[in-house]
Structure formats: structure tokens, C-alpha cells
Design a binder for this molecule. Structure first.
Ligand code: 1AE
Ligand code: MG
Length: 419
């Protein structure tokens, strides 16, 4: 028998959490809210959920009374896909009061159904030829309504700034002015022109949008026109759609997962799905090569501990866990590691914090912090590259900026944080 484990944080001043846990284990597997004779039959036992642990935290001045409840779900109860797992462990239960899904452990059998990221960190770095520093990504801004010429011009300015990746904004959808195949062709042409000047390769993550059942063909059309990466609004389309794209041998380019809609699920301490599950484990399992999420210090803020919890699960070698059985040390290194991309409101003066908190395997990502630079878009990219170089070489940004005007201008405009 093998199980997937779900950990919940359940709140209640008077709740009998042991009874609650047993009710979850039975009610989400073989039973319901009331006793069912069928559920007690011997042939149902292999489908019965198990209470693994109930850890109660009594109310304090800083916290209401809650319990962390871990339940094991027999993976024979559901098909080996993310929708089935999520509906099983948090479908009806998500509507049952103050309860939050805060962790998931996949059985090896469940994990075996997933190929994970097609490229991962190593693959992205290999495509770019960059192995010795954090990566830099810029974001198109103010391009809704732009024609192809204006869009390609903004692309080239971003590329000349020394970025490693350029992504569409997640709000740029299929439109008559810049349809995906034209966007890709024009931007990849601009990328080639910029590379002739800078010698630097780059990935352009074009936003894959449109009717769900046309996404594969849309992606193949983009690839046929030269696309070398995709941006995807995973939560709007579903993890299973990401998994279908990432596991499809005909989709031969990396996928960057955007967190759009995540704010409807992770922020509340009492409801929803924890950030490390929603934007960490499930994104990596479904095959995201890069995962964007709100940074701890930008314009849309996620607490630092949640940021680091996401980073940990995107980079860890351990994603599988067997409940109660002696099994070979499970390693999930069949799942390539996904690149963390802490984002939103990032400017060059925040680079020391990002590199301190995330280390080398991170993508520094900015839209406004590039295009809003006082000396223009290309200077915005240069300012970030100078900030990254400064930190890599052990210099303070203020000292380094004295010899690097683009960085100085960014610090003058937006300030500097080194702790
Ligand atoms: C968390 C996603 C960030 C994003 O999509 C975006 O467009 C950020 O733009 P800036 O905040 O860097 O301007
Ligand atoms: Mg955006």
C-alpha cells in the first residue's frame, strides 16, 4: 500500500481535533458525515484514509487555537494526476471552515507518473551558456495595444541591456496587433540583432494563451516560428494543463510558470493552500522550469519565510515520502530542479537582498525596474547586471555605483537595501 500525505492547519476554539482528523480520514475516502455500513466492510479497508498525526497548539496571545493534522490517503483511491489528488485531499474539505492545506507528500507511485520540468535549472543555464551567476529577466511593460514594430523595439532595448530572459507580461493575450507567431518571429529577430552586438544569448518567454484545448497547437505554432520559451498562467488554466505541456515531447522549450491568481489561495493563514505547495511542490511536479512568485521586498509582497519555503521545494532532491513503510531512501532527483523567480516591484537596489536570500540559482526579474530607469530600458538592464556583478565580486552597491552610472541612477531613483 502507498499513500500520499496531506497536512492541514485546522482552527477551532472548541474543536475536538482528534475527532476532526478521523472524520477527514474517513469522510474523504470511504465515508461521509454519518456512519455508512458499507464503509465498515473489510473490502473498504484498503481505501480508508489514515490519521498520521494531530499536533494541537492551544490558543495564545499571538495565535488562535489550531491543530496540524496529517492524513494519509491511499493512492489507489485516485488517478495519478494533480486534479485527482487535489480534489481528494482538499476538494470538499477546502469549504469546511477554517482549514488550510499546508503541505503535501507524494508517494513514489504517484510521483512516478510525472516527468517534472523538462529542462530545469541545468537546462536553462545550458541554453544560455551562463553557469556562474544569477540570471536576469525583464518583463515587457506598456505593450497592450502596441503594434509589432513598437513591441520589437522594446524587446531589443531590453535585450541590449544584457538580460538573459525576456518575458511577456502575463496580461498580454492573443490580439490582432501582435499574435503569438508574429510576436515570436519579430522578437527572435530582435534577439539575434542584439546578440550580434552583445554576444549574449537570451530566452523569450512568450505568453501562451487562448482556449485550453488549443494550447498545444498554439505552443507548437510559437515553436515553429522560433519561440525558445513559454510563459504560462498556470493557475488560470490548471496544473494538469501545465503537466500536459511540460511532458509533451513536441513542446521542446522551457516553461515559466506565472503565479497569477495565487493570491486567491495562499495568503490567508486560515484558508486556502500554502504557498510552498501551490507555487512550489505542485509547480515543480507539473513541470515548470521557472516559477515566479511575489518576493519579500517588492510591490506585491509574500512573507520571506514563504518565499524561502517555495525555494526549498523547488530545489530539494526529496519530494517523495512513504508513510509507515521501510523503503529505499526516496529521491526525487528524477524531477529536475525549477528556477525560483522572486518578483514584483524589483529594482537594482534590491539585488543584494535577493542574492543574499536566494543565492546563485535565482532569476532577478523586473519590469518597472527596467523600463522605468531614468536612462531608459537598456540602462535598466545594465544597472541590474552591474548590481549583480557588484554583489558577486563582494562590493557594496554604493561603492560600485560610483564607477557605474546606470547603477547610480537606479539607486538615486529607487534607493538601495543591503539588509
Ligand atoms: C509576481 C509576478 C510579477 C509580474 O508579473 C510582473 O509583471 C512584475 O512587474 P514589475 O513589478 O517588475 O514591474
Ligand atoms: Mg506581470
Amino acid at each position: 500500500m502507498s499513500y500520499c500525505l496531506a497536512t492541514y492547519r485546522c482552527f477551532g476554539e472548541q474543536t475536538d481535533f482528534h475527532k476532526k482528523a478521523q472524520g477527514i480520514a474517513v469522510g474523504l475516502t470511504v465515508g461521509s458525515w454519518t456512519d455508512l455500513p458499507e464503509a465498515k466492510k473489510a473490502n473498504m479497508q484498503k481505501h480508508l484514509g489514515q490519521v498520521v498525526s494531530v499536533e494541537i497548539q492551544e490558543a495564545s496571545a499571538s495565535s488562535p487555537r489550531y491543530a496540524d493534522i496529517q492524513i494519509a490517503y491511499p493512492d489507489v483511491n485516485f488517478s495519478l494526476d494533480i486534479p485527482a489528488l487535489l480534489v481528494t485531499v482538499f476538494g470538499k474539505l477546502s469549504m469546511d471552515g477554517q482549514i488550510k492545506l499546508i503541505d503535501l507528500h507524494f508517494s513514489e507511485r504517484f510521483l512516478s507518473a510525472f516527468s517534472g520540468p523538462k529542462y530545469g535549472i541545468a537546462g536553462i543555464r545550458s541554453q544560455l551558456g551562463v553557469h556562474d551567476r544569477p540570471l536576469l529577466m525583464s518583463i515587457f511593460k506598456s505593450v497592450i495595444g502596441h503594434d509589432m514594430q513598437e513591441l520589437a523595439s522594446q524587446f531589443k532595448q531590453q535585450a541590449l541591456g544584457g538580460v538573459d530572459l525576456i518575458k511577456d507580461d502575463e496580461i498580454l493575450f492573443e490580439n490582432p496587433l501582435t499574435p503569438i507567431e508574429k510576436r515570436v518571429a519579430a522578437c527572435m529577430q530582435a534577439a539575434a540583432e542584439a546578440e550580434a552586438e552583445t554576444g549574449q544569448k537570451l530566452l523569450y518567454a512568450v505568453n501562451l494563451t487562448g482556449p485550453t484545448f488549443q494550447l498545444k497547437e498554439q505552443a507548437k505554432k510559437a515553436i515553429d516560428h522560433g519561440a525558445n520559451a513559454l510563459l504560462f498562467n498556470v493557475l488560470a488554466y490548471g496544473f494538469d494543463t501545465l503537466q500536459a505541456l511540460a511532458s509533451d515531447p513536441e513542446i521542446t522549450i522551457p516553461v515559466a510558470a506565472h503565479p497569477a491568481m495565487a493570491g486567491a489561495m495562499y495568503p490567508s493563514p486560515n484558508y486556502g493552500i500554502g504557498a510552498s505547495v501551490l507555487l512550489g511542490k505542485l509547480m515543480r511536479l507539473a513541470g515548470a522550469d521557472l516559477v515566479l512568485f511575489p518576493s519579500p521586498y517588492g510591490s506585491v509582497v509574500m512573507p520571506k519565510e514563504e518565499n524561502l519555503a517555495i525555494q526549498q521545494v523547488l530545489l530539494t532532491e526529496e519530494l517523495a515520502k512513504h508513510y509507515g513503510y521501510q523503503t529505499p531512501q526516496l529521491s526525487a532527483n528524477k524531477l529536475k530542479r525549477s528556477l525560483p523567480v522572486p518578483s514584483a516591484g524589483i529594482h537594482p537596489g534590491l539585488t543584494p537582498l535577493i542574492l543574499r536570500d536566494f543565492g546563485q540559482d535565482v532569476v532577478v526579474n523586473a519590469g518597472g525596474g527596467i523600463h522605468g530607469h531614468p536612462m531608459g530600458t537598456a540602462a535598466g538592464g545594465r544597472a541590474f547586471r552591474q548590481a549583480i556583478d557588484a554583489v558577486q565580486q563582494g562590493h557594496g552597491l554604493k561603492e560600485y555605483a560610483a564607477q557605474h552610472p546606470e547603477l547610480q541612477a537606479a539607486i538615486d531613483a529607487w534607493g538601495l537595501r543591503e539588509n
